[in-house]
Design a protein around this ligand. Structure first.
Ligand code: ATP
Ligand code: MG
Length: 138
């Protein structure tokens, strides 16, 4: 399975009103929305989602930020989805992101960087299952 990825529009981009613009860019780039929901992560759930970063200095900041307001979660389908979506969103640090990428356009800093994209097919499945039941997928 290399045709699906998972994304979240993070609280910074949501609160600035960028959700519609970002979803439009994703669709225009050829990704099909398989599932989508607006939700808010509790600190516990945000910590679980980013558990791989538990030992990093920015972990608590990341958990606080990701639970600070609503997010939009989605499963996306396209050939080569994981890699193509990482290209579309750009580097983790928006200052290093390529022109025209979602983070270059809409992110303010490495911490508040507008959007998440899965980094492997395996994590795309784990992250999709974290948010969506089978009944919530098209
Ligand atoms: P994401 O997993 O959210 O798509 P990424 O894969 O580009 O981002 P990761 O290394 O997985 O980057 O880091 C996860 C998230 O942790 C980043 O998106 C960012 O919000 C936050 N983060 C990473 N590095 C830092 C840092 N140095 N300072 C503050 N926050 C950071
Ligand atoms: Mg990551």
């Amino acid at each position: 399975m290399n045709n699906r990825t998972f994304t979240m529009i993070k609280p910074d981009a949501f609160s600035k009103g960028y959700s519609g613009l970002i979803l439009d860019r994703i669709i225009q780039a050829g990704f099909k929305i398989i599932a989508v929901k607006m939700t808010r992560l509790s600190p516990e759930k945000a910590g679980e989602f980013y558990a791989v970063h538990r030992e990093r200095g920015f972990y608590q900041e990341l958990v606080d930020f990701m639970s600070s307001g609503p997010i939009i979660a989605a499963i996306l389908e396209k050939s080569n989805a994981v890699a193509d979506f990482r290209t579309l969103i750009g580097a983790t640090d928006p200052a290093k992101a390529t022109e025209g990428t979602i983070r270059k356009l809409y992110a303010a800093s490495v911490g508040e960087n507008a959007i998440h994209g899965s980094d492997s097919n395996e994590n795309a499945k784990i992250e999709s299952d974290f948010f969506f039941s089978v009944l919530e997928r098209y």
